[in-house]
Design a protein around this ligand. Structure first.
Ligand code: AMP
Length: 567
């Protein structure tokens, strides 16, 4: 049998009727969508399944180790404390911290109560944090020392917001410490949760310059966890079929020991790595900050099996001069998502590690995680594909008029199914523009081949993929326009070997105005997070080129401007 026929058999085996991963139509808000018909109803149900892993190790952070039982105690304690503060179904609780174990614990406790996690980006400056707090109106903010210091700059505007401090010795504001909160103890309190209610709000970059709060539902997050499990099982089953085994049941992938190298306030680490792996009984090795040598030390010490990060992180390990000093033989999967994994890297993972195979997810906040996934031998054979769709998303490409186009033709990728978000918080127009008759318009340009494998070729949206963080050009432009000396500006992606892309901006000043690169960067530092500040700035004497409608010609500019001549 051909490899692709075996792959299709694996897909059928995994999602067959009667199995936990059976796929079928599910009613959501009057629409019939593809879903898991036997899915647990909420994130609370998933957490309760996970607590069954008992004394197995759950998280490792520096020299701290936490078992599932330890975690269950802290989650129940924190949930009881939240309840004692009046938090219940639908109330929002924000989290602002780096990758500490408490991120995951707080998140499970909030979701187990039917309350909503608002995940704040830890790199944000005070103004960006204030925007998201205003928009989402949480009742409680759980934050580490650095994020509390940032919050203290804007605290007068949020005088009813209660604070919980995590790993913070110096706190200038009244806050309950995490340790005191969890000391309440007890069993997980009861909650009634509507599967289609909000579980989480994650902010994604916005075309209008301000981030949009994507409303991820319990059903959507559960579907993503099951999609991750299904894809792992499909590839493991395919491997067995390729080896000639006769199977009448699928082969589950073993629980991972995963390196968590990207931030927990995005769906990659939070939903795809941690939520999915938690249900499977995985172990998680948390990194506070990316560092390739530290990562190699941890892979060796903890016998990490999966490294799923942004592609540049895998590349930094594979090309590191000290790589030979570390035993990385425990790795069975290496790769990630969030940005394209270059075809050469796909081959390098297999060729230059003892037994790791390449793996990549294509995903988006707006589907609670992954859209498609590709791994192993199938990936080596199609190194420029992002894989087939996950079981509960239909996919198609459409032309400029929104009409579906046949396989092989390039158009905008649209997806439909239970993982798609409910909408954008307080943005009905943005929701209507992005989700049309259930179809989420991704803003990514690509095509499907005859076997249903997706290939991405471009982006229609104005997005810059810099390492693990995405930036909308408009957000940077708005902050630059805020400077009184600026008359015109455009921001765009500049290719970068390390980060994939860097931010570049071309600026034309008002007549007689004076501004240089350090001056503009200083202006930006108080307005946007450091990762959004352009690495490349061009001050152009001439007005920026425009088309007949007066729109700046971004593409043309980025092609003629040489990074070597930037400030
Ligand atoms: P976010 O919602 O911030 O996770 O960003 C999602 C966007 O990141 C997608 O719409 C794509 O433009 C990009 N992206 C994510 N994964 C991949 C991938 N594997 N290859 C190429 N682009 C990707």
């Amino acid at each position: 049998m051909s490899s692709i026929a075996n792959f299709e058999s694996a897909q059928r085996l995994v999602t067959q009727p009667g199995s936990l991963l059976q796929v079928g139509p599910v009613e959501v808000a009057g629409q019939s969508l593809l879903g898991y018909v036997n899915a647990p109803g909420s994130m609370r149900d998933l957490w309760q399944l996970a607590t069954g892993h008992g004394d197995a190790e759950y998280m490792v952070y520096l020299d701290e180790r936490l078992s599932y039982s330890d975690a269950a105690q802290q989650v129940a304690g924190f949930a009881n404390w939240l309840r004692s503060q009046g938090i219940g179904e639908g109330d929002r609780v924000a989290i602002a911290m780096r990758n500490y174990p408490e991120w995951m614990l707080a998140h499970w406790a909030i979701n187990a109560l039917g309350a909503v996690v608002v995940g704040l980006n830890a790199w944000w400056v005070a103004d960006e944090m204030a925007y998201a707090l205003d928009d989402s109106q949480p009742k409680i903010l759980v934050a580490d020392e650095r994020r509390l210091a940032i919050f203290s700059e804007i605290c007068e505007r949020f005088d009813t917001l209660q604070l919980v401090s995590v790993r913070a010795d110096n706190v200038s504001l009244p806050a309950t410490s995490w340790t005191d909160a969890i000391a309440v103890g007890g069993e997980l309190p009861a909650a009634e949760i509507d599967p289609d209610s909000e579980a989480c709000i994650f902010y994604t970059s916005g075309t209008t310059g301000r981030p949009k709060g994507a409303q991820l539902t319990h059903r959507g997050c559960v579907a993503n966890v099951m999609n991750v499990a299904a894809m792992g099982t499909i590839y493991a089953t395919h491997r067995a079929l390729e080896a000639g085994e006769a199977l009448d049941a699928p082969i589950a992938a073993p629980p991972p020991t995963a390196l968590v190298a990207t931030p927990l306030f995005h769906v990659t680490a939070n939903n795809c790595i941690m939520q999915a792996g938690t249900v499977a009984g995985g172990r998680f090795v948390l990194m506070y900050k990316w560092d390739p040598v530290e990562a190699m030390k941890l892979i060796e010490r903890e016998k990490v099996t999966t490294m799923s990060a942004v592609p540049m992180m895998s590349r930094e390990i594979l090309t590191h001069p000290e790589r030979g000093d570390y035993d990385l033989s425990s790795l069975s999967a290496m790769g990630g998502g969030g940005a394209a994994m270059q075809p050469d890297l796909v081959g390098k993972v297999a060729a230059e590690t003892e037994r790791a195979m390449p793996a990549q997810g294509y995903g988006m906040t707006e589907v609670c995680g992954i859209i498609s996934y590709i791994a192993g031998a199938i990936f080596l054979a199609r190194p420029s594909s992002v894989g087939p769709m996950v079981p509960t998303l239909e996919g198609r490409c459409v032309d400029d008029a929104g009409r579906p186009i046949p396989a092989g033709e390039v158009g905008e990728v649209c997806v439909r199914g239970t993982p798609v978000i409910k909408g954008y918080l307080n943005r009905p127009e943005a929701t209507q523009e992005t989700i049309v008759e259930g179809w989420l318009h991704t803003g990514d340009i690509g095509y499907f081949d005859e076997d249903g494998f997706l290939y991405l070729v471009d982006r229609a949206k104005d997005m810059i993929l810099r390492g693990g963080e995405n930036i909308y050009g408009a957000e940077v432009e708005n902050a630059i326009f805020d400077h009184p000396a600026v008359l015109e500006c455009v921001a765009f992606a500049v290719p970068d070997d390390r980060l994939g892309e860097e931010v570049g901006a071309a600026v034309h000043l008002k007549d007689g105005a004076l501004l240089d690169a350090p001056g503009l960067r200083e202006h930006l530092a108080s307005r946007v997070a450091a990762f959004k500040i352009p690495r490349y700035l061009w001050f152009l004497a001439e007005p920026l080129p425009r088309n007949a409608n007066g729109k700046f010609l971004k593409r043309e500019l980025r092609e003629v401007l040489d990074p070597g001549s930037a400030d």
